[in-house]
Design a protein around this ligand. Structure first.
Ligand SMILES: Nc1ncnc2c1ncn2[C@@H]1O[C@H](COP(=O)(O)OP(=O)(O)OP(=O)(O)O)[C@@H](O)[C@H]1O
Ligand SMILES: Nc1ccn([C@H]2C[C@H](O)[C@@H](COP(=O)(O)O)O2)c(=O)n1
Length: 229
């Protein structure tokens, strides 16, 4: 069922989709804070299944095993010191989840239709009052098609690679700009070209190109789409 958590009360949803590094997570968290709404990081679910599959030594070319893994993996979110921590089978896997390796694994398993189906209800369960900000690739097209507010964030691949480079450098991770650009382009292509729920803007989404725009400016543009709050 794709509806609000109650038959009679409509729970508003703001979907924010876009490619890797477009700022979905950052903007969604800030907008959710400003609105006092819940937040769904749908990519974390795919990353968590990918990481759990790695821990269990599953073959990423074995769809049946990955689908079982998607159903069986326990995924929890916890706010700690202002940061969202992700628990995979009760283990804090936040740092492992944020690696480019985990992103690439998530992108690969996300192309399996049964894995996507296995995660559908878990994502829709986040739709709770007073509202939800949901970020991902198919939030506006597949998971919450009736969302009244939809945004599609973009930025040039070069700027997205630079943002990621800075983010990882700040964390002390050794990477090259060229390598990150290649990974971003490969992930864009896989996410946009898959047969099921490909990365694309919903027909009723407002597109915001964030190239050259700071975080605060993007947050304000998104908030301006909602009624006065
Ligand atoms: N408008 C912006 N201007 C400059 N930096 C930004 C902007 N938006 C996000 N960033 C920075 O870019 C990096 C990537 O942002 P974020 O993780 O939110 O992207 P994402 O689209 O959620 O990526 P992914 O899909 O890979 O999880 C972060 O370091 C974030 O602070
Ligand atoms: N709604 C979603 C969210 C994520 N994915 C897949 C594709 C991404 O490359 C990967 C990691 O997501 P991220 O954490 O970078 O947002 O997971 C998807 O297919 N659908």
């Amino acid at each position: 069922m794709n509806s609000a958590s109650s038959d009679s009360i409509f729970v508003p949803v703001l979907t924010i989709d876009g490619p890797s590094g477009s700022g979905k997570g950052t903007i969604s968290r800030l907008v959710a804070q400003r609105l006092g709404w819940h937040y769904l990081d749908s990519g974390a679910l795919y990353r968590a299944v990918g990481v759990a599959a790695g821990w269990a030594d599953l073959d990423l070319a074995d769809p049946a095993a990955l689908v079982r893994c998607a159903f069986d993996t326990r995924i929890g979110f916890r706010e700690q010191a202002g940061e969202l921590r992700v628990l995979v089978n009760e283990v804090d896997a936040t740092d492992e989840l944020r690696t480019e390796t985990a992103g690439a694994a998530a992108s690969a398993i996300a192309a399996i239709p049964e894995v996507r189906a296995a995660l559908k209800d878990r994502q829709r369960a986040f739709r709770q009052l007073p509202g939800l900000v949901a970020d991902g690739r198919d939030m506006g097209t597949v998971i919450f098609p009736d969302a009244p507010f939809k945004v599609f964030l973009t930025a040039s691949a070069e700027e997205r690679a630079e943002r990621r480079y800075k983010q990882l450098k700040d964390k002390g991770v050794s990477v090259t700009l060229d390598g990150l650009l290649r990974e971003i382009l490969a992930r864009d292509a896989r996410d946009a070209q898959r047969a099921v729920a490909p990365l694309r803007p919903a027909i009723d989404a407002v597109r915001i190109d964030t190239t050259g725009l700071g975080i605060d400016a993007v947050v304000e543009q998104v908030l301006a789409l909602l009624p006065a709050h």
